[in-house]
Design a protein around this ligand. Sequence first.
Ligand code: F0G
Length: 368
Amino acid sequence: MPNPLPVPPVLHDRGVIARYRKYLPVTDATPVVSLNEGSTPLIHATKLSALVGGGRQVFVKYEGLNPTCSFKDRGMTLAISKAAEEGAKAVICASTGNTSASAAAYAVRAGMRCLVLLPAGKISMGKLAQAVVYGADIVAIDGNFDDALDLVREIGSRDGFAVVNSINPFRIEGQKTASFEIVDELGDAPAVHCLPVGNAGNITAYWKGYKEYHAEAKSTLLPKMWGAQAEGSAPIVRGEVVKSPDTVATAIRIGNPASWDGANEALASSDGHIRALSDEAILTAQAWLAANEGIFVEPASAASIGCLMAAVDEGMVEKLPEGVNIVCTVTGHGLKDIDTAMHHAGGGKVLEAKATAESVLNVLGMAH
Ligand code: F0G
């Protein structure tokens, strides 16, 4: 058999650097480390649109369909590519789980060592499993995410290490591509964009992306940025550092966000809003989204849906013009944290039957 024609790798690469190179700080000297991240579905949410009312259309940006199942991959392709360009041999990050999964995967592709610092006992199993199988060096510390990030700043200042948390500006640059995709698909920016806020890198990145596209006249609108934190971890809402943050949404269990200023800027310039949601409201939104729209996301991600629901209840949505578009980003896949989902579902309802049609129909109450 003849050999297949050699295909230049770039033809296969549909990742965010390949697609949005013009807007990113890369040159021909940047080796592109990619897993074809991005291009995630923007799903029209029919039931959520009906709930919102006034002909307003709600779209869910399903970031759980990135290669490591969270939005972090958009920023990681850039952070790791730039680290490779600069000759880094190892990367380091603090994480509530998703950053470490993403860093570990992209580090493998770049041939780098990956060190991750995690808050002991506060990482979901799915995320830990990812870092383990990608082969990261994992250290669980007896502190929270904020403590881990302090350590990363200290250790990361040594030679040869690149820090790939969102304090690395390349992470923000990569993550802003989600806004580009939304505008490209809707033909304009939405009137409102809802998203969960933890370390506040993502709200900073989205706002940057929307502003850049607007400046290029790719959109006529700039959205209001609506953020949501968990009640037990809501430093930005409260306006002060939370020393011992706590929430079931472990991804956003952060008491001192690194991009606090970026979040404040996005909220102020977009005429936005940030609220705190109870764990119960977050879990209810997670279950509602799965059962009504067929979209399963991890608890932190559901905060964007809970945010919109709370805004409906408070009459904030009614004040928006009729017929406008609203986008909610759901940041991570539901399979990342099945323990929390199953616990909230009371263990799940699984019927038992003998391996006969009669028995199956019987337990279903469908036997004649
Ligand atoms: N949603 C998920 C699923 C996350 O993993 C995170 C952050 C956020 C939302 C909040 O985004 O920090 O940019 O405001 N996870 C980080 C991590 C902290 O280590 O994986 P943010």
